[in-house]
Each structure stands twice: as structure tokens, then as C-alpha cells.
Design a binder for this molecule. Structure first.
Ligand SMILES: Nc1ncnc2c1ncn2[C@@H]1O[C@H](COP(=O)(O)OP(=O)(O)O)[C@@H](O)[C@H]1O
Ligand SMILES: [Mg+2]
Length: 434
């Protein structure tokens, strides 16, 4: 064996067992990464989902090894051709691998297990509270909440001794590009954090007919096409409204304390539906607390809940009490008499004694967001670090084209417009007669 052969031998990843596909070069790079966190991200069809299954299968000969693979919903996992279905077709060739279709767990002759799960609802993660895994894979991770990703990280464990102690702990993700927390974590912060990013390209996958795949992708809109065909994480619409890097993130200690000229508002955008089986993803009620001083807007706090009518009232009353009387309360007033009646109801019964008014919005959402967008672009919006921050920035950076909800944008735009004195009724010029 020459030295080069030895080097090449050394660089080979540990082989995935029970896997009918031979890893491509980029898949090998992914399988050879032993750092705790890695993302295989980019073009659709690059073999990312297969690479996750391969990675999970790298240590199934080790007794006690436990791996789990996630997608956002059960349907995403189980549809024909989807992740779990592909895995089942792989292990179907081996009688000695047992599949349990109630628990979605495959058990290998060593006793090792590979299981599947989903993280659709906000408390789904609690199902894994007592579990330990050496491998966690998340497919289409940009659809998964950052908080779920972080929580599951804490489930990566191994014993201190024995064969299992030699298995690397691995958090692995795969995804097509999207402008959200995943891009921030793996592409913007990767160099300084030791996280590995392996770019996926369509042409790297030996198992795909590139021409016909390109043909299918050509039907997409240009942005989605750039993401799925080229794996471009930075493709956004021409007039991106909010660039997340322009928001200045600060600690609460950095908010100026002496604020004689400052004004503050809690601006509410209301919704009144809880998630249900017929409507699993309704809008949120959002209240943004913003302070405005010498041309700088400070986003201090964001309350965001999906609750029903009477609970909305409780939330607003409780928040008013916490914010105190120096904070004005404003609310988007729907057009017509029902909007007026609702504001009247709040003024008299929910927040009596506070500086409260309804504000009727004019123009379309995009036009309304421009002044706030300009303030952000000019570096004049400071955002205080809080648990709500990631979701908040994700929503802004995908507004208006790619976000499922825009309630946080609406609420912040409302707060800013109010504080900056935009949209106030025009005063008549005063004529002075001498
Ligand atoms: N190394 C490989 N050899 C053969 N076929 C592969 C290989 N990697 C992936 N494939 C197949 O190519 C197709 C696309 O791969 P997939 O993993 O779904 O890509 P992605 O998740 O990046 O969109 C699938 O049918 C998959 O089974
Ligand atoms: Mg995939």
C-alpha cells in the first residue's frame, strides 16, 4: 500500500449497512464528517435525504446504538417515496431487520434501533424527553422550529464506557435552501462555530436523471428554481423588504435609560382561533412593545399566541398591567361597525384607564411596511434579545413571499408607524392673521 492509498483509506467514511445505494462523493463527505453538527444543504435531488438515512445506518452493528430521523409532519415522513418509505424499502431486503409499524422503529440484529418521528405541534418535542440518541437526523430542517432542533440536541448522549462510547454523537440535517435560521446557523455562522456545511448539487447524484429533473424544476418561479436547481441560499425576491442582517440585536442593558423624549407603545394585531384539526395553522395574536427615541426604534418584547376570544382579552389586560400606564396601547381596527364595536369593548372593559385607541390601517401591507423597512435598512431599529427573536427574524426575512404568517410584521409595522407619527390625521394648517 502506498502512502496515498493509506491516506485515501483513512479518508473513507465508515460504510452504511443495509443500504442499497452506493454513496456519491458529496454523500461520502457528509458521512465522513464526525463533528457534532453538519448540514447537507442545497439543490433538490442532490441525494440529501438518502445521505441522512445512510448516516443513520453507519453504526447499526453496535449494540445499544439508537438513531432517530425527523420530518416536520407525519405525512412528510410516510408518503410513498418519502423518507420513512424509502428506509422501509431498503430494510425490506433483510429478514433479520424487524420493523414495527406502530412505533416506527426498526430493530437490527445487534439490538440497535433506527426510529422516525415528527415535530408538527409545539409540544411534540416532549415525546423525546427521556430519550437518548447517538444520531439525530432532520430532513428538510428549514421547516422545523429552531427551538425543537435545539431541544433535541440535548438528547444526544452516550455511555462513558463500552462499545457505544466510541460512536460519535451526531446531529445531522438536510434541506433545500430557505432564508431562515438554518442559513444563519450553518452558512453565516459556520466558520466560527465548527459546524459543517456540505453543499448539495444535482449533478453529484448518480441516481438521478439530471435532464428530466431540470425540466420538472423549470416550471417553478425563478426564486424557487434558483434554490432547488442551483442550491442558492441567498436567492430572494428582487425587492426584499427586510434583510435580517440589518436588524441590530442588543441586550436589554443596552436600551438607553434616560428617555425624556421617548414614547412607547404596545401594538396588537388580533386573531382569535386556536389550532384545530381543520385549521392546524391559524394566525397569531401578536403584541409588539416598541420604544422610540431620537429616531431609533427599540423592539423590547413580542407576545405571540394562538388563543380564543376571552383569552385574548386576558392576555391584553395582563400585558397592559405588566407594561404600565406610560405605555400607550394601540390595536389594528378592522373596517366597519364590528371593528368599531370591538375597540369600544376593549376600551371600556379590558383596558379602562389606559391610553388605548384603535387604529384603522390604510393601503396594502407592502406599502405600509416601507417606512419600517427603510428604518431597518438604515440601521435604526434595535431588537432586544429574547426567546421570541429567531422566529421573529425568520418571519421578517421571508416577508412577504415565503412566510406562512405575517402577524409579527403587521404588529411591528403598526407600532413603528404609530411612534414615528405616520398615518396620523392631517392637521389643518393654522392661518395666522396679524
Ligand atoms: N448514491 C446514490 N445512488 C443511487 N441513487 C441515489 C443516491 N443518492 C440518492 N439517490 C436517489 O436519487 C433520488 C433523489 O435523492 P434524494 O435523497 O431524495 O435527494 P434530495 O433529498 O437531495 O432531494 C432518490 O430517488 C434517491 O433514492
Ligand atoms: Mg430530500
Amino acid at each position: 500500500m502506498t502512502n496515498w492509498d493509506k491516506v485515501l483509506e483513512y479518508l473513507k467514511p465508515k460504510e452504511p449497512l443495509y443500504c442499497p445505494e452506493t454513496p456519491s462523493l458529496t454523500q461520502k463527505v457528509f458521512l465522513r464528517s464526525y463533528s457534532i453538527e453538519a448540514l447537507f444543504g442545497g439543490a433538490a435531488g442532490g441525494g440529501k435525504s438518502s445521505a441522512l438515512l445512510m448516516a443513520a445506518l453507519q453504526y447499526v452493528e453496535v449494540p445499544g446504538y439508537s438513531a432517530i430521523l425527523f420530518r416536520k409532519t407525519y405525512a412528510d415522513l410516510a408518503l410513498p417515496g418519502a423518507l420513512m418509505d424509502r428506509f422501509r424499502s431498503w430494510i425490506a431486503n433483510y429478514d433479520e431487520v424487524h420493523w414495527n409499524n406502530n412505533t416506527y422503529i426498526a430493530t437490527f440484529p445487534s439490538g440497535a434501533r433506527v426510529s422516525f418521528g415528527y415535530l408538527n405541534n409545539t409540544n411534540d418535542y416532549l415525546r423525546y424527553k427521556g430519550s437518548e440518541f447517538q444520531f439525530i437526523g432532520m430532513d428538510e430542517v428549514t421547516e422545523i422550529r429552531e427551538s425543537d432542533y435545539r431541544y433535541l440536541f440535548s438528547r444526544l448522549r452516550r455511555p462513558a464506557t463500552g462499545e457505544l462510547s466510541k460512536v460519535p454523537l451526531r446531529m445531522r440535517a438536510a434541506s433545500n435552501p430557505a432564508p431562515n435560521w438554518v442559513r444563519q446557523r450553518f452558512i453565516v455562522e459556520a466558520n466560527s462555530s465548527g459546524r459543517i456545511f456540505v453543499p448539495s448539487r444535482l449533478t453529484d447524484n448518480p441516481g438521478i436523471d439530471v435532464d428530466s429533473y431540470r425540466q420538472a424544476l423549470s416550471e417553478l418561479d425563478p426564486i424557487e428554481r434558483r434554490r432547488l436547481e442551483m442550491g442558492d441560499w441567498w436567492a430572494t425576491t428582487l425587492g426584499t423588504i427586510f434583510d435580517r442582517t440589518n436588524f441590530v440585536v442588543i441586550d436589554s442593558s443596552e436600551v438607553p435609560q434616560v428617555l425624556s423624549s421617548a414614547r412607547a407603545v404596545r401594538f396588537w394585531d388580533l386573531a382569535a382561533t386556536e389550532p384545530s384539526s381543520t385549521n392546524p395553522d391559524p394566525d397569531y395574536t401578536v403584541g409588539t412593545l416598541m420604544l422610540f427615541d431620537q429616531g431609533i426604534g427599540y423592539v423590547l418584547d413580542v407576545r405571540r399566541h394562538r388563543i380564543k376570544n376571552e383569552k385574548v382579552e386576558q392576555l391584553i389586560a395582563q400585558t397592559a398591567y405588566e407594561d404600565g400606564h406610560s405605555v400607550a396601547i394601540r390595536m389594528e381596527q378592522e373596517p366597519g361597525s364590528s371593528g368599531k364595536a370591538l375597540v369600544d369593548q376593549f376600551a371600556r372593559y379590558v383596558v379602562p384607564g389606559y391610553d388605548f385607541q384603535g387604529i384603522r390601517s390604510t393601503g396594502d401591507k407592502l406599502t405600509r411596511s416601507r417606512p419600517f423597512s427603510a428604518a431597518v435598512a438604515n440601521g435604526n431599529i434595535r431588537v432586544v434579545r429574547g426567546p421570541w427573536l429567531t422566529d421573529w427574524l425568520d418571519e421578517f426575512s421571508s416577508f412577504p413571499e415565503a412566510c406562512d404568517h405575517d402577524d409579527q410584521v403587521d404588529s411591528a409595522v403598526g407600532a413603528f408607524s404609530f411612534l414615528a407619527g405616520l398615518g396620523l390625521p392631517q392637521r389643518r394648517p393654522v392661518s395666522i392673521i396679524i
